[in-house]
Design a protein around this ligand. Structure first.
Ligand SMILES: [Zn+2]
Length: 83
């Protein structure tokens, strides 16, 4: 496990935020997110979502959250750049 890319970061962010990843992976993501405004913004918006809401809608993502997630993923695929 070396550098984390945005695409891989998105895959891992949920686990990252739950704190269930190994220390080495967490460290790699930390390093990427520290220099990546997009991943940082994604994490910030995720953390703004109340945990209660996330639990209650585990199978159904709220429209607003889904829109932001879609937009984020789209921005990654439109401009696949490493920072
Ligand atoms: Zn990123």
């Amino acid at each position: 496990m070396s550098d984390v890319t945005c695409a891989r970061g998105v895959e891992l962010l949920m686990d990252y935020l739950e704190g269930v990843l190994s220390a080495g992976v967490m460290e790699s993501i930390d390093r990427h997110v520290g220099g990546c405004p997009r991943c940082l913004a994604f994490i910030a918006s995720y953390r703004e979502t109340p945990a209660l809401l996330r639990d209650a809608t585990a199978e159904e993502i709220p429209g607003d959250t889904k829109r932001r997630l879609d937009g984020f993923v789209r921005s990654l695929s439109e401009r696949p750049r490493e920072s």
